[in-house]
Design a protein around this ligand. Sequence first.
Ligand SMILES: Nc1ncnc2c1ncn2[C@@H]1O[C@H](COP(=O)(O)OP(=O)(O)OP(=O)(O)O)[C@@H](O)[C@H]1O
Length: 257
Amino acid sequence: MSEARLVAEDVHVKIGDTPILHGASMSVHAGELLAVVGPNGAGKSTFSRAVSGLQPMEQGDVRWSGTPLGELKGRKIARLRAFVPQRAPVPAGVTVREAVELGRSPHIKAFQRPTRHDHEAVEHALERTNTLQFADRRLTTLSGGELQRVQIAVGLAQEAPVLIADEPTSHLDLGATAIVARLLRRLADDGLSVILVVHDLALAAAIADTVVVMAAGKTAATGKPADVLTPERLNDVWRVDAQLDEAGALRVNWLGR
Ligand SMILES: Nc1ncnc2c1ncn2[C@@H]1O[C@H](COP(=O)(O)OP(=O)(O)OP(=O)(O)O)[C@@H](O)[C@H]1O
């Protein structure tokens, strides 16, 4: 396999005096879609923010393409990973194209004009996310699904080899969820490394190469969806009677009868 673009080992995070993460690990390679799953409060967002350099760590070894996270400040880390947050701000008056142009800021020096390549990167990000059609509309006029694709476009314009998306489908209907899921899978197939924090286990099982299960601040398991999302683990971690069937669909005994 190619060299890992991200290796995070034994990450510990405290917020105030409260231990939030105590032993979380993951790695991602080129073209890999990795889903981070786990119950509410398991530490998925904190972990994705910590490896991204957005949340201080107590302890842990995080390397981006071999370089320790501590040596990657500002533009350097922004060129290695794009982070699409769960709730990105939606400033009034800003158009889709202007928002996506902001994704280029790690590449544009102060007082420098955007280059032809900067414009091309913005157009390419708009095309890949199928948002070019409303590029001149204001963010505030978009539906939830459209807005989520724009947030991914902002990340893509950054042209980082790893895209981390925290719950990009959490407020979307089934159709919009499928559009985002296919988009993320296509991006990984084209060589991007995608780390997706997600609650929907059926979705994770369908599109991810690798699933990382987090429980109570630790990574409890890592592997292929079918190997990791076993009935025993679904019961241990989520307390549900459920299983992935042979077609990869998640069957849940909702009423526990
Ligand atoms: N700023 C903070 N101050 C105190 N506790 C926090 C803070 N941020 C997160 N936590 C706690 O850390 C734990 C992990 O939170 P985190 O958001 O990482 O979990 P998660 O797995 O992403 O949860 P969810 O699926 O509900 O989004 C939770 O118990 C949360 O309350």
